[in-house]
Design a binder for this molecule. Structure first.
Ligand SMILES: [Zn+2]
Length: 125
């Protein structure tokens, strides 16, 4: 019996979002990401959405997994100009230094947006 091969689904290795939704948009556009950053000697690549690829940048996979644990569905907070993405990246980079120094992650991180102060975040230790 000849059956039509089901369309192969492809998901982001990191956030698991569908990389080929019917209404494909650029944010979940398919890219390939080095699991361990290329600049740190990584060779293996995986399918990955554009957003994860951009925000993860040259971070190690363990760090990125922690970021996603603390910010579940973080892409919901991505604004259309990409400003939040960059703000988040700057803050997380600062936070990464703190993690390196103190050796532990906060329990939660709350991102807030206020018209006066723009974006800021609060860490519950
Ligand atoms: Zn992703």
């Amino acid at each position: 019996m000849a059956t039509k091969a089901p369309r192969r689904r492809l998901h982001c290795y990191w956030c698991k979002r569908d990389l080929m939704p019917p209404e494909a948009r650029t944010r979940v556009a398919k890219t390939r990401d080095h699991v361990v950053p290329r600049c740190k000697g990584g060779r293996k690549t995986v399918p990955c959405c554009r957003q994860c690829n951009q925000l993860k940048g040259d971070w190690q996979p363990e760090y990125w997994r922690e970021v996603m644990r603390i910010f579940p569905r973080w892409w919901k907070q991505f604004d259309h100009r990409g400003q939040l993405l960059m703000a988040l990246k700057v803050r997380l980079a600062a936070h990464q230094r703190e993690v390196a120094e103190r050796g532990r992650w906060p329990r939660s991180v709350v991102i807030q947006r206020s018209p006066m102060r723009g974006l800021n975040y609060r860490i519950a230790a």
